[in-house]
Write a protein that binds this ligand. Structure first.
Ligand SMILES: *Cc1c(COP(=O)(O)O)cnc(C)c1O
Length: 801
């Protein structure tokens, strides 16, 4: 390959000509990007092959992380960084007159996820490889990832995302490892050689073709695999309507479902879930077979993790393979399956818990349904032994009841580990949502607080801050992020504070330029950058943020002596296309932005910016520039959050409720270095259980609230007459289920504290540095080491070339 700048340049020029059949001087940026991408993938390939050989020969336990989403973002920059060849490449290209930055921008984000859950999976892959752990991802190669968002007249418009339009340099199609996935048809049962045999006949089969993407660890020779499955028609299928068959097949991996908090119950989604699971398990079992070990030892060599319930059919599918293909009896198959599979719960929102109606499930997956039924019957029988006569309890806990299959129940019963994603979330699971399961399987429940890879979210996204940290404490933190704590000793050093300020200023200027390019608005780069970026959802309460800004607007208009420290409120959020209410909030943010930014007086103090198409690559520009991190979900609703961790790691201070990992951020940094407000989870849950909240009281008794709410309806926003009526109704007629009005006063007060604290620049900088120092705990390296030790029982395999 290449080991210095000169070799790189020579190879680059030669590869470009071979690949594109033209001289460098005639080549486009895209052709240059493709050339570089191919070179980097080939550079990785040597290590990839040797890692795989090592895994095969060492027979060490491997983990497979099954996830319906992987929100990877761009890969070129991360690969260059992890391989340690960024400087060679950057300098080499620069001598050819090419900017690496421009080439990185040619890559499309791999947006194969909605938000937190998919990004978590991507961070985990980076940590697994960087820690030399034998762990691989398996997912779906959606032809179209999450939609591209455009804002037109303040409304969200969705465009199909086209990340594969120019191909994908990182993937390798492995047609010879394709497997078949079977739907529909029926199950024939017969008695052969003294045992029951099940045959799935008249099935409609499709081909699952794997595309492998190498996942290179940071400064190590370990390269793991992300295997994404693509749905294709089987060759030589004889059927009446070939075109229809092709269409019905390819549609399975065509679109990512653009919602992670509502279960739609669509048959295509179930097809996708089984597609992922069946293809992945066949592939895992077939690799295991090549080791020539007994199937009885499967769980000693393989761990399979399911990221939320979307891949929960891994449980009956593994049973099917063991029983129908390996000839095992039920009890043995069940023992091995339940020692192989572990499960992460991501939410307690009732509307997000997956339930599949039997009338959809049973015809599509007849053999899988039989197995789920058998699991359910045996489980209910066990329950009867423990709780004889307690019909209600047994019906509540059953996997199948009232015509639906409860996927979370199947996940708990069929796995050996059930974890939540932050301390409070795991406690709510044990004490409330899953209490009855905790009572009978206490040993299964545990917590693994989420994390983020500091390599993407600090080292790559914020090179200026990374250099400063290394100047101050040396570079060990890069390998051991907990050593960021060394920074704490320097938090009070004026020279270091000054340098931190300069870095933050640089990053704010970069974001200000992006805002100007995209929105045509000049923001004051010395104002407080107050940021809320995340999916748009009622429970995340972008509305509370909006109401505070409306209140500030009103204050400024009413009282000419009222002044505030300049602030730029920045939003980024996609709403699920079918989520009517969330789209209203997007329109409201944009209407407010117009109102504020166009007012010559108000806009001297505050501005409101909505950045369209929030995604990983844009996020990498936003977090480094933030001063204030808005984490204002209704307490108990945000299982963990990971955006909160990215902000903290980049020196923004959290303004948040006691929800999800905010609580652990508070425990880390202490109450002087975070701004907490609002109802506690206990209080929210008690209101839900016992009533006692009346939103209209807050409307009537707080004139600030009344004014803001009235403005939704009284023509304050021109040309949008009834637009915000649904928001008005949800707050007053439907009693404000997310406690926006209840938490308003407390939020305003916290915002005033933020403003005051920011004006003491010296002390603000200390707080920011302390936040960075404590952010090491939230590296996904810590999270993954906990999974490896407590759940998966895997250990590092060193690959030395
Ligand atoms: C981190 C991240 C998320 C998750 O953000 P939360 O604030 O935890 O909801 C969503 N989308 C993108 C692009 C991210 O990078």
């Amino acid at each position: 390959m290449f080991s210095n700048k000169t070799e790189f340049k020579e190879l680059f020029l030669r590869r470009l000509e071979l690949l594109h059949g033209k001289p460098f001087s005639d080549s486009s940026l895209r052709e240059q990007y493709e050339t570089l991408g191919n070179m980097v993938r080939e550079y990785i390939s040597e290590k990839w092959i040797s890692t795989n050989e090592k895994y095969r020969s060492h027979h060490q336990k491997q983990v497979y992380y099954l996830s319906i989403e992987f929100l990877l973002g761009k890969l070129l920059g991360q690969n260059l960084l992890n391989l340690g060849i960024k400087d060679i490449v950057e300098e080499g290209l620069s001598e050819l007159g090419v900017s690496l930055f421009d080439l990185e921008n040619m890559e499309e984000d791999a947006g194969l996820g909605n938000g937190g859950l998919g990004r978590l999976a991507a961070c985990f892959l980076d940590s697994l490889a960087s820690l030399n752990l034998p762990g691989h991802g398996m997912g779906i190669r959606y032809k179209h990832g999450l939609f591209e968002q455009k804002i037109v007249d303040g409304y969200q418009v969705e465009l199909p995302e086209q990340w594969l339009k120019y191909g994908n340099v990182w993937e390798i199609r492995k047609a010879d490892e394709a497997v078949e996935v079977a739907y529909w048809g029926k199950v024939e049962t017969s008695f052969e050689n003294e045992r029951l045999v099940f045959r799935h006949v008249d099935a409609e089969k499709i081909l699952a073709v794997p595309y492998d993407i190498p996942i290179a660890g940071f400064q190590t020779d370990t390269v793991n695999t992300l295997r994404l499955w693509s749905a294709e028609p089987l060759p030589n299928v004889s059927c009446q309507d070939v075109l229809k068959y092709k269409r019905n097949t390819e549609i399975v991996s065509e679109f990512l479902y653009p919602d992670d908090t509502h279960e739609e119950g669509k048959i295509l989604r179930l097809k996708q879930q089984y597609f992922l699971v069946s293809a992945s398990l066949q592939s895992i079992v077939s690799s295991y077979r090549k080791l020539n070990k007994s199937m009885k030892d499967f769980h000693h060599h393989v761990a399979i993790h399911i990221n939320d319930t979307h891949p929960v059919l891994a449980i009956p599918e593994l049973m099917r393979i063991f029983i129908d293909q390996e000839g095992m009896g039920w009890d043995e198959a069940w023992e091995i399956t339940t020692k192989t599979i572990s499960y992460t719960n991501h939410t307690t929102l009732a509307e997000a818990l997956e339930k599949w109606p039997i009338h959809i499930f049973k015809p599509l997956l007849p053999r899988i349904y039989m197995i789920v039924e058998e699991i359910n019957e045996r489980f209910c029988r066990d329950l009867w032994d423990i709780f004889p006569g307690e019909w209600d309890r047994i019906t509540n806990m059953a996997i199948i009841a009232h015509g639906v299959i409860k996927m979370a129940h199947l996940a708990i019963v069929g796995s050996y580990s059930v974890n939540g994603v932050a301390k409070i979330h795991s406690e709510i699971l044990k004490q409330r949502e899953m209490r009855q399961f905790f009572e009978i399987f206490p040993e299964k429940f545990n917590n693994k607080t989420n994390g983020i890879t500091h390599r993407r979210w600090l080292l790559k996204a914020n090179p200026e801050l990374s250099r400063l940290i290394t100047d101050v404490i040396g570079s060990n933190w890069v390998y051991k992020p907990e050593q960021l704590m060394e920074l704490k000793r320097h938090a009070y050093d004026p020279a270091i504070k000054e340098k931190f300020l300069q870095v933050k200023q640089t990053r704010k200027q970069i974001l200000a330029n992006i805002i100007y390019e995209q929105n045509g608005i000049k923001v004051d780069e010395h104002s407080i950058f107050d940021v809320q970026v995340k999916r748009l959802h009622e429970y995340k309460r972008q509305l509370l943020n909006v109401f505070h800004i409306m209140y500030l607007y009103n204050r400024i208009k009413e009282d000419s002596s009222f002044t505030i420290y300049p602030r730029t409120f920045i939003f980024g959020a996609k709403a699920s296309p079918g989520y009517y209410y969330a789209k209203k909030v997007i329109k409201l943010i944009n209407s407010l932005a117009d109102k504020v930014n166009e007012d010559p007086f108000v806009s001297q103090m505050i501005k409101v910016i909505f950045l369209e198409n929030y995604r990983v690559s844009l996020a990498e520009k936003i977090f480094p520039a933030a001063d204030v991190s808005e984490q204002i979900s209704t307490a108990s609703k945000e299982a963990s959050g990971t955006g909160n961790m990215k902000f903290m790691m980049n020196g923004a201070l959290t303004l948040g409720t006691l929800d999800g990992a905010n609580i652990e951020i508070l425990e880390e940094v202490g109450e002087d270095n975070i701004f907490i407000f609002g109802l506690k989870a206990e209080e929210v849950l008690n209101y839900y259980e016992n009533g006692g909240y009346r939103s209209t009281e807050y409307y009537h008794h707080d004139p600030r609230i009344r004014k803001v709410i009235d403005q939704l309806m009284n023509g304050f926003f021109p040309d949008v007459e009834d637009e915000f009526e649904p928001i008005y109704d949800s707050l007053l007629s439907h009693n404000d289920q997310y406690f926006v009005l209840r938490d308003f006063a407390s939020y305003v007060e916290a915002q005033e504290k933020v403003e005051k604290a920011y004006q003491n620049q010296s002390s603000w900088l200390e707080k920011a540095i302390i936040n960075i120092a404590h952010s090491g705990y939230f590296s996904s390296d810590r999270t993954i080491q906990e999974y490896a030790k407590d759940i998966w029982n895997i250990s590092p395999v060193r690959n030395t070339l």
